[in-house]
Design a protein around this ligand. Structure first.
Ligand code: DC
Length: 221
């Protein structure tokens, strides 16, 4: 059977530090999926735009700044990374305090979101071409906007103390609650639990338990 018949799209949404990335990467490994972190897309564009001196407080300047950015895809293991003008920025650069502070403001701009829409939808063709069994895409609006037609849609959440502790363990200080509030209250594609998505509270669970729970939901015994 070719993968066109069995290819699965899995949408993984949730707020900051709920465990989306580790869970998505673990599931990608377990189920032979291509992994895409769309938070990294917003971080990469924020980093590129900050370098050009773009100011999110002047949204009218953003569309022309975006025309100078050529988007590409580079596979690093199972993770497809966004390149801008031929380069995938270093993780340290897209997770810097400057990017942490600005990313939610840039991500609220409709021009930036529509700039990424086709690119993100197009990742499924790349995963199919590379013969993966499917695509797992994580973010805030994957099950609501990018792939409302996904085969499986999950929404992860966890209490704030757990999320802050998880970020600190990664060596990051990040105002998670402030970002979530901005991401949830913006007009375009806010952070919401998509209707019909399966919600999972990751607070009391280990990473392995989250991966196991989701695997059973995707592939019932
Ligand atoms: O997952 P993350 O913390 O790396 O995401 C960084 C920011 O990008 C987050 O504040 C909200 C934004 N984002 C978004 O608006 N839509 C997505 N699909 C993914 C992330």
């Amino acid at each position: 059977m070719s993968n066109t018949e069995t290819f699965k799209i899995i949408a993984m949404d949730g707020g900051a530090a709920v465990g989306k990335s580790s869970t998505s990467k673990g599931l990608a490994e377990r189920l032979n999926l291509m992994h895409v972190d769309t938070g990294a897309h917003y971080r990469t564009l924020t980093h590129a735009l900050l370098q050009t001196g773009a100011d999110p407080a002047k949204p009218e300047t953003i569309p022309s700044a975006l025309t100078r950015l050529e988007l590409g895809t580079t596979l690093q293991g199972r993770s497809a990374k966004l390149s801008v003008n031929g380069t995938v920025p270093a993780d340290a650069d897209i997770r810097s305090p400057e990017v942490n502070a600005a990313v939610s403001t840039f991500a609220a701009l409709p021009s930036l979101r529509s700039f990424l829409f086709e690119y993100q939808r197009g990742q499924s063709a790349i995963a199919r071409d590379r013969a993966y069994a499917g695509l797992i895409m994580e973010g805030r609006d994957i099950g609501s906007v990018i792939f409302p037609d996904a085969d499986h849609r999950f929404f992860l959440y966890a209490d704030e103390a757990t999320r802050t502790a998880r970020r600190a363990k990664e060596g990051q200080t990040d105002s998670i609650a402030a970002r979530d509030q901005m991401d949830s209250n913006r007009k375009t594609a806010p952070l919401v639990c998509p209707e019909g998505a399966i919600q999972i509270d990751t607070t009391p669970l280990t990473l392995e338990e989250v991966i196991e729970t989701i695997t059973r939901l995707i592939q019932p015994a």
